[in-house]
Write a protein that binds this ligand. Sequence first.
Ligand code: AMP
Ligand code: MG
Length: 419
Amino acid sequence: MYAVTQLLSVDEALSRILDGIAPLPAERVKLSDSLGRVLAEDLRAEINLPPFPNSALDGYAVRSDDVAAAAPQSPVQLRVTMDIPAGKPPDSPLTAGQAARIMTGAPLPIGADAVVPVEQTDARWQPDRPIELPSVVQIYRSARPGDGIRQVGDDLRAGQRVAAAGTVLRAQEIGVLASLGHVYVPVVRQPRVAILSTGDELIDIHEPLTPGKIHDSNGYMLAALAATYNAVPLRLPVARDTLDDVRRRFRQALEQRPDVILSSAGVSVGAFDVVRTVLAELGQIDFWRINLRPGKPLAFGHLQGVPFFGLPGNPVSAIVTFDVFVRPVLLRLGNRTDQASTITVITGEDIESDGRRSYLRVKLVSEDGQLKARLTGTQISSALISMVLADGLLIVPEGVTHVPAGTPLPVRLLRYMNI
Ligand code: AMP
Ligand code: MG
């Protein structure tokens, strides 16, 4: 039997870890380098958008009074006095009886208060017709003041907030900032994450497998996870299971000026688990047995003031403990306020658990018009392929050993997730 009381709860461990974590300072980056970065302050528009009244369509700028009586059977004829392409301010005002040919986005001439679409005139584009400016135009439809016009500040008024501090910049925010003429954007500095794999059995991916050896998958996976959450991953060479080699790699990690250090493996109770020993020697260590499955052993501490995570070696345990403990740290360092992508789903089968908070790999399937969570099969924590096949992690709360089919439980989404 397990003894829950000897294990630290996930929530308690996380709140201890987050206690000392504060957002990183701001820096300025070029707008073209800002995709995925986090805004460091609220941004407000300094100008109106659009900055000048302009035409919303290709047509004829008119005075609405002039065309009040226009109808298909009784068109109104106006004299065409100007041609206004986009980008060219009109050189004279529009007076009674006049019309100006105007293109989408072109500035409206003074005196005009409506634009009639070209389709409502006799000047419709036709393949066999010249595109020269006609001297007169027949208007087939009346227009109210403002029709076909984009007024100053219609999209955005000067002083209005465009995006709040903490926003992760997407293409649409970048587009709006460009329209406001921002060359630089204030963003939160990206966390630097040093990543260290430990183990005598590990070789890098370009080396061929030999008896007893496996490729270092955690190093690449943790680097990709760090990058997913806006951090800059700094991979170090694999450390051997000796005190000297681990010490050397820890020092190398510190030389990278990291905001967080991640190591994987070497933190359980094996004879060669030297990470714990070196962390205790060079820094401060809290070693916790956490009420979590997979991923019970977690070493957390500080190395010269830098938060240090000794993650488990089994790849599934490493990815789950990253998601549960490291991801919130990176989000807080990056000053992000968004919440994890978790939805509630009904279990599609009876599930046994061992009383620890469990993150079980599941597929989401549609059955009888309902979304249900079904186990992917093996839950062994060395089989990383199960994380590839899973749509999400079903979270079984602590203290629960039997979950009957049909129980609603949270699922942490692994596909299409942003945070
Ligand atoms: P340990 O925590 O050192 O006992 O390792 C637990 C398991 O994880 C062992 O099967 C290791 O071979 C495996 N493992 C440790 N580090 C890695 C790594 N970087 N990539 C893939 N598997 C690993
Ligand atoms: Mg090992």
